[in-house]
Design a protein around this ligand. Structure first.
Ligand SMILES: [Zn+2]
Length: 444
């Protein structure tokens, strides 16, 4: 059973008429269309692709249904996730709800239980959920401390092949920075290269566990950039995910990139502590990121969950998110993404980029006006991943999310459980996988 609220015509060529699309995502001129955040459009779909986009009313009624101002979005893009951690919460919760508790709980679960079958089945569950929600591309980190990389990367490669045509999958490693000062780091870079992945790490060192600015930071960063450059890899880093204002690694990443003349893409996630710096230091850091061509992804739901948490029944005093408005205003490419899902880093989540965007609007005040912020969950993360997705453009696949909601107010106020998801112009089954499928993996 699916909750989709309409079925498109069965013909291979048909129109969906009288839709509302975010204007910033419509890659076609619509002469005479009134200004505003949404454009009124008719979409012509032919053989699974968008064949034409015209102002609403332009296409003849016999071509297809009038959707009465329903919103249409392109398939959404999640550029920072952890599919390998997903859904372990029932067997391995995080008793403290903070980052340190999350790391410890995850390590315990990983060393005891992450064989290939366990990782595969939880990843599959996450992908089935994301697909049903209308997500078309995902980049996942994989916990990469030995021996896990040699278990998880082969599983990922198999999943990438099996899901090709449904979800474009990308991968990056994640490990403490200092392993790149050892031979294990070189071997990991080779596994990443063999897997067509991005090299990733956190800006923390296992040798200095409590330090948000470990003494080996600069030396290890140089090594990470060198290993990536030698193999032609892009970088995908977890940076300054902390409530500690001493965590100032982002500007060091930017300066290392400049000093090394690094030519790959660099995506930095989190950078929560930047929001706790002086305005001057924020400006200096953003300018350095701009010079180095660094892209930023904010993970608002997870940041709000983990940051500023106390064990003493103390109310959190800040939202835990980075300075995304300032970064976008200075011309950085900024995205929002889902990050963790039902694991010790985030007890909740459902692989739903539309929900992530909706929450991002509220957590980060992306509203009044919303402007083109929807790009941060669609076109921009696609550009950051180097793929053409997240836009409504003639010639691209008709991978669409059609909502009953007629405008942003209706879309952002109500959970969009009854969305219709079209892939190549056909409605897919949007029934979500049952948690019971994972019950046998959750036993003690
Ligand atoms: Zn993450």
């Amino acid at each position: 059973m699916t909750h989709a609220f309409f079925q498109p015509p069965a013909a291979s060529r048909f129109a969906l008429r009288n839709l509302r699309a975010p204007r910033c995502l419509v890659a076609t001129d619509l002469p005479g269309n009134p200004a505003g955040e949404l454009a009124a459009i008719d979409l012509l779909i032919d053989n699974g692709r968008i064949a034409a986009i015209e102002a609403a009313g332009a296409m003849p009624a016999e071509l297809g249904p009038d959707l009465d101002a329903s919103m249409v979005l392109p398939g959404m893009v999640d550029c920072h996730t952890h599919l390998d951690k997903g859904h372990i919460w029932p067997r391995q919760p995080n008793p403290t709800g903070d980052g340190a508790g999350a790391s410890m709980a995850t390590m315990r679960d990983r060393t005891a239980r992450w064989n290939a079958d366990d990782v595969r089945r939880r990843m599959e569950f996450g992908l089935c959920t994301a697909y049903a929600k209308g997500v078309v591309a995902i980049s996942t980190h994989l916990d990469s401390l030995a021996p896990q990389a040699s278990i998880s990367f082969p599983v990922f490669r198999e999943m990438r092949e099996r899901w090709a045509g449904r979800i474009d999958l990308q991968v990056s490693s994640i490990a403490p920075l200092d392993i790149f000062l050892t031979d294990e780091g070189r071997q990991l870079a080779d596994i990443v290269a063999e897997s067509g992945g991005k090299l990733g790490c956190v800006t923390r060192s296992a040798r200095f566990p409590g330090e948000t600015m470990p003494p080996d930071l600069d030396e290890a960063l140089v090594r990470v950039f060198t290993l990536a450059a030698e193999r032609g890899l892009h970088l995908d880093l977890h940076v300054d995910e902390s409530t500690d204002p001493n965590a100032r690694a982002l500007i060091r990443v930017a300066r290392t990139a400049m000093a090394q003349d690094f030519t790959g893409r660099i995506l930095c996630g989190h950078v929560t502590s930047l929001a706790l710096q002086t305005d001057e230091f924020i400006e200096e850091t953003i300018a350095a990121c701009k010079d180095a061509g660094i892209d930023i992804v904010s993970l608002p739901t997870v940041n709000m969950y983990l940051q500023d948490r106390s064990q003493e029944a103390r109310t959190p005093r800040w939202r835990g998110v980075t300075v995304l408005h300032e970064m976008k205003a200075r011309g950085l490419r900024v995205a929002v993404a889902g990050d963790n899902c039902r694991d010790p880093f985030y007890a909740y989540g459902d692989h739903d980029m539309l929900d992530t965007f909706t929450q991002a609007v509220k957590i980060l005040h992306l509203d009044h006006p919303l402007g083109d912020w929807i790009r941060a969950a669609t076109e921009t993360p696609a550009a950051i991943m180097g793929i053409e997705r997240g836009v409504l453009k003639p010639g691209t696949p008709a991978d669409l999310i059609v909502l009953k909601a007629r405008d942003y107010s209706e879309m952002l106020a109500r959970a969009q459980f009854d969305r219709t998801v079209l892939r190549a112009g056909r409605a897919i089954d949007t029934t979500l996988p049952d948690y019971r499928l994972l019950d046998d993996l959750m036993r003690a």
